[in-house]
Design a protein around this ligand. Structure first.
Ligand SMILES: [Zn+2]
Length: 148
């Protein structure tokens, strides 16, 4: 399967046409003017229109952390994301793992929303954790849902 080449924006739900139009951002909670150890809310969005607003950051008592989606696409970007896990930088490491899969596992971005349905339709019978599907399963899921 080809590498993932477009993404669905976590803010507006529309297509991010290419890596250079995308942004990866997260929230760094601040308490008494000091950044907390665990970040949260990591997501993939359109680079300019959909990033966390000042108001959203204020509401969460947080500052944004970010980098371009393009920078996270190569091996160095993968290494950075792996380091987020290694350093236990996020409240919920599954959030970061999901971003890694969405950027680095070919086709996962297109198949991920159909996993539940694919299981109930008997298209995908997970013998792993269900959102950790093989390339063959991702292909099956995409094919099935393109036909229907
Ligand atoms: Zn957007």
């Amino acid at each position: 399967m080809n590498n993932t080449s477009y993404w669905i924006c976590d803010k507006c739900g529309k297509k991010i046409e290419s890596a250079k139009d995308g942004w990866v951002e997260w929230l760094i909670p601040i308490k008494n003017n000091v950044p907390e150890t665990h970040n949260k809310g990591i997501r993939i969005v359109h680079a300019t229109n959909c990033i966390y607003t000042d108001r959203e950051c204020d509401t969460e008592d947080a500052i944004p952390g970010d980098d371009s989606l393009e920078n996270f696409c190569g091996p160095d970007g993968l290494m950075d994301l792996l380091q987020f896990i290694s350093d236990d930088m996020f409240e919920n490491k599954e959030e970061v793992l999901e971003i890694i899969k969405r950027i680095h596992i070919p086709g996962y971005e297109y198949a991920k929303n159909y996993i539940g349905e694919a299981i109930s339709e008997g298209i995908y019978e997970p013998n792993t954790k269900e959102s950790y599907c093989s390339q063959a399963d991702i292909e099956k899921i995409i094919k099935f849902f393109n036909k229907h």
